[in-house]
Design a protein around this ligand. Structure first.
Ligand code: ATP
Ligand code: MN
Length: 479
């Protein structure tokens, strides 16, 4: 019977009365042939197991190495040593799995770098940093479902395989069962997707939004939370080829309602993580301090991680229009001193350097930018009266840049169709989407939050590959 074990986290919070316990985990350290620091992933704190001196032979003791797995039966007692309140006085120790110290890559002596740990992603969960990151990630995921559930949103599962090229971005992974070497061809030489599994060209979804809109047109408030895929060849610290996105979609919402929801949402889930993952966040805050010591002064953050999160939870986000954002950039010292790599003028798609200037240097807080030029945004965004801009909103976060992209959707059939034609999006193929505008259309809005960017923000991890279990990025999908 294995399930009689008690987790380390729970044991550490139990008052010791000499009770019998069973604990299992992996050895972090073993010293003086007596003291085992045992960890089972429930917390970064280890449980001290004290083995009786002389009760075990040498050959057995040699097998208790970092990484080996143990089953320990013993009594939970108050600890005499410093650093822990309780310990387990072992009565029996069983080795479940040996771990060859010559080969095990996670020896504590040589602190492995984050980059190296990415190469052994199957083992990095066992480090303190990734232990903390993935427990915080879990807590945020839970908080997200809780937030929407309590607001009466319906969790809609949108498809992973889709036929729509909705974003029109052309950054999709194709899904096919056709042979690569000799695919069936039409008379004009193009591949004949009628012979493919689905009878048409299909791809992995880049967003669940369009399907989400269909849900909102019946359930009024829905959200998706699932994987999305983008074959963009951008090797940045903020882009993955496979990432998780949260996309709420709400009927009877305008842009302002949408912003209010996004702000409340972000604050609430951060607050939840701070209330329920404080130990891990404190650890990550300390890790960040250490990491930043390696960086030049100018690149260090002004606030510590906890301070930053408190600030976001307690302060309103700045709200400005795209036009105001461009004005700020044009009048900035950075622009005047030609510090930006990319030029600034009304109509540009702001680059990360511009977004980060706004949030990190100018406002020093998250910023919601609204009213983007229509030519840099997707077809479904609601057109403003000025004929130039759309009811879009992006939320920009310090250290990350864009964390949320959203908009009020174009609910007027004629305007939507006209815009699709302008952008060469085939309206016939999108009949199922346009039907919502034909049959009881309503004002509605929604947004997409990149889950990993949120986890980055909360954990302070610099590279997005370090907040997802098995990162998929250009030329990297080993595990
Ligand atoms: P960016 O300009 O940063 O590439 P985007 O404009 O392509 O973002 P959207 O299409 O609006 O982003 O997607 C919604 C959200 O999904 C973004 O705000 C971001 O948080 C997240 N996101 C987008 N692309 C990626 C990616 N490749 N990896 C991880 N998260 C992403
Ligand atoms: Mn992008």
């Amino acid at each position: 019977m294995f399930n009689t074990r008690v987790k380390v986290k729970d044991l550490l919070a139990t008052s010791p009365e000499g009770q019998d316990v069973i604990v299992m985990g992996w050895v972090r350290t073993f010293r003086n042939n007596q003291f085992v620091a045992l960890n089972d992933g429930s917390t970064n704190n280890n449980l001290q197991v004290v083995m009786e001196l002389g009760a075990y032979d040498d050959a057995f003791l040699k097998r208790i190495t970092t990484g080996a797995s143990l089953k320990v039966k013993g009594k939970l007692v108050a600890s005499l040593g410093k650093g822990q309140a309780v310990e387990v006085k072992a009565e029996s120790v069983e080795i479940l799995g040996d771990c060859n110290p010559e080969k095990y890559p996670l020896q504590l002596k040589n602190r492995p770098s984050l980059e190296y740990l990415r190469e052994i992603a199957h083992l990095r969960f066992r480090t303190n940093t990734f232990g903390a990151v993935f427990r915080v990630r879990h807590m945020l995921a839970f908080a997200i479902h809780k937030f929407f559930h309590e607001k009466g949103f319906l969790y809609l599962h949108t498809p992973i395989v889709t036929a729509s090229d909705a974003e029109g971005a052309g950054e999709m992974f194709r899904v096919t069962t056709l042979p690569f070497d000799n695919p069936p061809r039409k008379e004009d030489g193009n591949i004949d997707f009628r012979e493919d599994f689905f009878g048409r060209a299909t791809n992995l979804t880049v967003s669940g939004q369009l399907e989400g809109e269909l849900g909102a047109m019946a359930f009024s408030e829905v959200y998706t939370f699932g994987p999305t895929f983008r074959a963009e060849n951008s090797n940045t610290a903020r882009h993955l080829a496979e990432f998780w996105m949260i996309e709420p979609e709400m009927a009877f919402y305008d842009l302002e309602d949408n912003m209010n929801l996004a702000e409340e949402f972000i604050r609430t889930i951060i607050r939840f993580a701070m209330d329920h993952s404080r130990e891990d966040l404190d650890f990550l805050a300390q890790r960040l301090v250490e990491e930043e010591k390696q960086r030049p002064q100018a690149e260090r953050s002004e606030m510590g991680l906890i301070e930053k999160l408190e600030f976001v939870v307690n302060n309103r986000f700045e709200r400005i229009s795209y036009t105001e954002a461009i004005e700020i950039l044009l009048h900035s010292p950075a622009y005047k001193k030609k510090k930006f790599q990319y030029d600034v003028s009304w109509g540009i798609d702001m680059q990360s350097e511009h977004e980060r200037y706004l949030v990190e240097k100018h406002f020093k807080r998250p910023v919601i930018v609204t009213g983007y030029p229509k030519h840099i945004k997707a077809f479904y965004m609601r057109q403003n009266e000025d004929g130039k801009t759309v009811a879009a909103m992006d939320i920009l976060a310090p250290g990350i840049g864009e964390i949320v992209g959203g908009s009020q959707r174009e609910e007027r059939l004629d305007k939507l169709e006209a815009r699709m034609k302008e952008m060469h999006i085939p309206t016939e193929e999108m009949w199922w989407y346009l039907d919502t505008r034909r049959f009881g259309t309503v004002p509605h809005a929604g947004f997409g939050l990149g889950f990993e960017r949120m986890v980055q923000f909360v954990t302070g991890m610099t590279n997005i590959r370090d907040v997802i279990a098995f990162p998929r990025a250009p030329k990297s999908a080993e595990f």
